[in-house]
Design a protein. Sequence first.
Length: 375
Amino acid sequence: MAAPKGTDEYQKRRRARLLSKRWRRYLRRVRPFGDDEPMPMSHRDLWKKIQRETKGKTPAEELAILERYLSDWPEFKGPYQEMRKKFERRIVELRKIEQVRASSPTHHDPFSVRKRGLAEVAIVGLPNTGKSSLFRSLTGVEAEVADYPYTTLIPNVGMLNLGGFGFEIVDLPPVPDGPLETVPYAAGLKEAVLNANLLCLVVDLKSDAESQIEVIRERLAEIGASPTLTPGTEEGGAGDSGGSHVNRKGTIVFGTKRDQAAEDDLEALRRLLPRAAVFEHPLAESAARPVAEALCRFLGRIVVLARDPDAPDEPLAYAVSAGATVLDLAEQIHKELASKARKGRVWGASAKFPGQEVGLDHRLEEGDTVEILTH
Ligand SMILES: Nc1nc2c(ncn2[C@@H]2O[C@H](COP(=O)(O)OP(=O)(O)OP(=O)(O)O)[C@@H](O)[C@H]2O)c(=O)[nH]1
Ligand SMILES: [Mg+2]
């Protein structure tokens, strides 16, 4: 019941009403989202705050921040809802970026133009010698394979993945029997070969190996590249330039169609190229590691296995610099692991006995298996 005008009671109630009105207005301003989930700021300030928090963040971090804000975004109308829509669109965009990143085998940024993996390896050989078949075996990526020459006219690209590292493999159209300009893709082939860090030379074991190698060398010379079969020799390493005008490329060799070739053909190829790392196709089941090791040698790296003591069945291969220590390996796996690492346990060439406990400065050797202990 209203108090009669002029009475003290009337004045008291009026003051209370006014006060609560101002108070409510004040509260609305400082708590635009109401009392349940106070977010004490205007939409402009909120926008600025979110911009500040997301600035310079990785897509994953930005996604987490926006999702956190949107999870308790109120049903407030007006500019807040426009802002919500903007953030929702941004979230869709960020999720796409994350999806592409996660599906990229080496977790490199797919939008950057950098080569993926440790190095790019181009498969080079004459027509119909089994380059695309080899590419498929190494990468698991589908590529057209057929029993006639010039099946591949556009390069196929995939990754040879070793777990902790990988190489980008490029399956090229064939180098022709005759001069380079006899093929319409000569310019592209030249660029692809020069752009690769390493080469993988394919020799069909069913045909004469010596003449194939000679023709490939001639074509590479036309391109301005020279295969180097032995790492670390004065012939040059994997570097893009050996100091002269020829572009030296560390090169491994594959003898293909081994299953259809004569018994001795692979050995004959090895005798022909005694200083080269020569592999065979079809691939042996455990071929990926030795192939990666041979490629790594041109890069001054060795392959070691890191074994998580809590998941000993799934060691991961890593390519560390030759002469790397247990600590170097830990750093390569994860900065945090390196900061917590106390010592290592090693099996393999650098260990005095299997499972030897070693300090963090212990130097690793090719093929070692290492556990990094944090306590
Ligand atoms: N038996 C056997 N056949 C192979 C092997 N590698 C390739 N082939 C066959 O050889 C033929 C040519 O293989 P591709 O992988 O298309 O050869 P390519 O060098 O990529 O051919 P181009 O792209 O035309 O230069 C196909 O019929 C393959 O099935 C192998 O290791 N063993
Ligand atoms: Mg092919």
